[in-house]
Ligand binder design. Sequence first.
Ligand code: BEZ
Ligand code: FE
Length: 294
Amino acid sequence: MQNINEDTITQAVLASMAGCRDERLRRIMTSLVQYLHLFARDVELTEDEWFKAIQFLTDVGHITDDKRQEFILLSDTLGLSTLVTSQNNKKPPACTEATVFGPFFVEDAPEYDCGDDIANGAQGETCFVQGRVVGLDGSPIAGALLDVWQSDEDGFYDVQAQLQPGEAPQYRARAKLRSGPDGRFHFRSILAEAYPIPHDGPVGRMLAATGRHPWRPAHLHFMIQAPRYETLITHVFRNGDKYLDSDVVFGVRSTLIADWNRHEAGIAPDGTRMERPFYTLDYDFILNPAAATQ
Ligand code: BEZ
Ligand code: FE
């Protein structure tokens, strides 16, 4: 393996992995090397450009920590997350579609009962959300675990708050809830608003350099888990939002767009007298049975 040149380098790298015993890893690495080399040949990559790319990935690594996941942002903004989500979530057309996970989910969200106010101090106009979790035949799925999370009116998730040393994180506009015996769930929260993804780092520079904006249309995140059903990770998007056709992470599905209805001050769906206008959202989720039970 000497005197390797432009014409022999790809084959040399592939041959060097012949001893890889993990078949899946060998397939992935073989394809990755082939496409990477093809890409470098296709664009006739210069050394200066190659070094800038290394510098870019270094910056992505440096800004990433337990609160800021720049690699997910990179994958999302390059459409890789939507591609992987789409090719791994094929379902019957009647099922609720999946979309990107995003970087702001947390495992240990606080548990609430249906009807509770999950805003927990997050600022925004009041919104009452309700819906059902059902199977393909419309039968209710009782006891489904719903994780819900959203940003506040300024476009920030609770986990983005700058904490003082020793200050405990406060979970806001984020909850775990269970559907009732009739598959129904309902909670009080705040109105979803459009927001820009974090764009003060390398991914933001890449967006600006390629003439792109950093905005996501207003949405509410859901992860819904129930025994014998596939886990659904999705959003509900707010009808009328000006970014529905240019979501920076390519996550919008038309079936996931719903009306947030505005109401004048008065009696809310939970019977509360509201002194200010409020919103309601009604959205049902249809889960796909897990493969073994189909
Ligand atoms: C989100 O919706 O939370 C999100 C998704 C992708 C990138 C950044 C944020
Ligand atoms: Fe989001």
